[in-house]
Ligand binder design. Structure first.
Ligand code: HEC
Length: 103
């Protein structure tokens, strides 16, 4: 019983420390929806289109995680995505994986 509790506590800490997965709430929290929408073109590309563009690219999660933090331009047009310094490394990777998993 005691080890069960220890296991549970350990998992809770892992869960809080490094977000292994992302969802819409995390996009909301990080203000991504100011410029993006899941399936509508706003200032930035729609996220389902991003998923389609990088489907089958094994490096996509890393590349997009870096882009989410650093910002950039030129992939989807002339518009500029500003850097998102509030996003941690783990969050950026989780967000990239979530976006890539969109159907
Ligand atoms: C101020 C507006 C703005 C905000 C805020 C913003 N983006 Fe973007 N995003 C853009 C624009 C514009 C582009 C297209 C950049 C380009 O063409 O290279 C883009 C592109 C992207 C791409 C595709 C990158 C590529 O190289 O194909 C991803 C993924 C992305 N954004 C995720 C996010 C996430 C996650 C957040 C929140 C943490 C976010 N964006 C916040 C404007 C924004």
């Amino acid at each position: 019983m005691r080890s069960l509790i220890a296991l549970c506590v350990a998992f809770c800490f892992v869960g809080l420390g490094s977000p292994a997965f992302a969802d819409k709430d995390m996009l909301q929290k990080n203000n991504c929806f100011a410029c993006h929408s899941i399936d509508k073109r706003k200032y930035g590309p729609k996220l389902v289109e991003v998923a389609k563009k990088y489907a089958g690219d094994p490096d996509a999660a890393q590349v997009l995680a870096r882009k989410i933090q650093a910002g950039g331009t030129g992939v989807w047009g002339e518009d500029i995505m500003p850097p998102q310094p509030q996003v941690s490394d783990e969050e950026a990777l989780a967000l990239a994986k979530y976006i890539l998993s969109l159907p």
